[in-house]
Design a protein around this ligand. Structure first.
Ligand code: ZN
Length: 477
């Protein structure tokens, strides 16, 4: 039974999708004013794990991640360089997608840009004005939180506390994700801006009232999530620093406008520390993904390290931990290559491993069903590896069991995404020739040569599998 810890109810709940077979997810995305750092990527990797596991469970996933391409920081950045806002944000949007690919994060279905959805935001603000949840002051428009009685239900903060938007009390969150930096006059200090009146020299759009301007950050996510996923949808994710005020405000805006429940499950991932301290440029422990790749670290090891701690536990990122993650990954890779290359031995198991393999699969799934308990899930995998290695060294396991174990690893990897089976394009000419030569040798029943070439290819991370329809191969990096 699949369960998630829901921030809204503060307990684990059985997951049930609004519409059978499909899960709709909204994940808060980047503000594209700089390269994303590894703290950001912890959240994106967690969201990728969630997505992949839902697919593993047989759901179709419709996921949306916003790209915030207009705000104080992006405007300031473009101004500093004297270029157009769209040119400035394109650079960091492209970089973001490159980084996602490096970390083997699947593309979600929609990446709406804020600047391309201003009319939707304006419409939503108009509804809020009409229903009496918003007011205009000096050309800007604010959400009046005293009108929304359920304000505070996500963060658990009473209305009187919301005038100090410093949640969580002491954390690295401030630097990890953007705090709301709106500094405009409002009736109540806790009210938040929906529409900012244009300042001189700033990009602006026609607004809900007379004034040109630009949207606040919170309205962006309400408008774009509802556009692509409907007024009510299944899951909303983000970093824990998003809970207040950002997600609290999203609920207020959306539910005030529609009168319906906005989101059923709120999942938040804890922030990341580096060397047990909050990341900061002055302490020298601030890393973008690019920093780490330039220093030669393996992106899949970074992914593995980011996902191997449960998303609701704090993760302490260290370079030592990264080296260990690399070691573990190598072990897994080698194991996979090994069992694949044993497939041609054709021996029979002395004792069937089928039950043992099925148990590993069940344990993996049971752990992941429990709010994505990744540590237990990984333990299930590595326990199986230990048992199989032992059986191999004692020559107790045969081809059909190894084939089944390899299949399970591939299945589990569809969730973890830590082993990369490259597409056919990515072998070079020489490797292609070797594969052909081996096929030829096999046809001529020169098994000695065929085996020698197989070993050579294995050294290059290419594994071969002989089927009735001829040889198949896979490259593992
Ligand atoms: Zn958001």
């Amino acid at each position: 039974m699949l369960c998630f810890y829901n921030t809204l109810s503060r307990k684990k709940e059985k997951f049930s999708a609004l519409k059978k077979g499909i899960v709709k997810i909204y994940s808060c995305g980047p503000t594209v004013y700089d390269f994303a750092h590894i703290g950001n990527f912890r959240a994106y990797v967690f969201e990728d794990l969630l997505r992949r596991y839902l697919k593993y469970k047989g759901y179709r996933v419709l996921q949306v991640m916003n790209i915030t391409d207009v705000d104080d920081k992006t405007i300031a950045g473009a101004k500093r360089e004297g270029i157009k806002l769209s040119d400035f944000t394109k650079r960091y949007t492209d970089a973001f997608f490159e980084d996602l690919e490096k970390l083997n994060i699947e593309k979600v279905e929609e990446y709406p840009r804020a600047t391309e959805h201003i009319p939707e935001m304006v419409e939503l603000i108009k509804v809020l004005l009409k229903k009496g949840f918003a007011y205009e002051k000096d050309g800007s428009i604010y959400f009046q939180i005293s009108q929304f009685k359920e304000y505070g239900k996500l963060s658990g903060k009473p209305l009187s506390d919301t005038q100090r938007p410093t949640w969580p009390p002491s954390s690295a969150a401030g630097e990890q994700r953007r705090e709301d930096a709106d500094e405009y006059d409002k009736e109540n200090p806790a009210d938040f801006v929906l529409w900012k009146k244009a300042k001189e020299d700033e990009p602006s759009w026609p607004g809900p009232g007379k004034e040109r301007g630009r949207p606040g950050w919170h309205i962006e996510c309400s408008a774009m999530s509802m556009k692509y996923l409907g007024e009510s949808f299944d899951i909303h994710t983000g970093g824990e620093d998003n809970i207040f005020p950002h997600h609290e405000n999203e609920i207020a805006q959306s539910e005030a406008a529609t009168g319906k429940k906005f989101v059923n499950y709120w999942l938040h991932c804890k922030f990341l520390l580096v060397n047990n301290e909050k990341m900061s440029k002055s302490k020298g422990n601030f890393f973008t993904l690019r920093d780490l790749l330039e220093r030669g670290y393996d992106p899949l090891a970074i992914r593995f390290l980011l996902l191997s701690t449960h998303y609701r536990h704090s993760l302490n990122f260290t370079l030592d931990g990264l080296r260990q993650a690399k070691q573990t990954l190598k072990k897994l890779n080698d194991f996979y290559l090994n069992i694949k290359s044993y497939l041609h031995t054709g021996g029979a198991s002395k004792l069937s491993f089928k039950d043992r393999i099925r148990r590993a699969e069940e344990d993996f799934e049971k752990a992941m069903d429990d709010d994505l308990n990744i540590s237990s899930a990984l333990a299930a995998l590595f326990d199986l590896i230990k048992d199989i290695n032992k059986a191999i060294s004692e020559e107790r396991i045969g081809e059909s069991d190894l084939r089944e174990a390899a299949g399970l690893i591939e299945k589990i990897n569809s969730v973890l995404g830590i082993l990369k089976f490259d597409s056919p394009k990515e072998i070079d000419e020489e490797e292609r020739r070797l594969i052909e030569q081996r096929e030829e040798a096999r046809r001529k029943r020169d098994f000695e040569l065929a085996d020698r070439i197989r070993e050579e290819l294995k050294k290059r991370g290419i594994i071969l599998e002989d089927t009735k329809d001829g040889g198949r191969w896979k490259k593992v990096s």
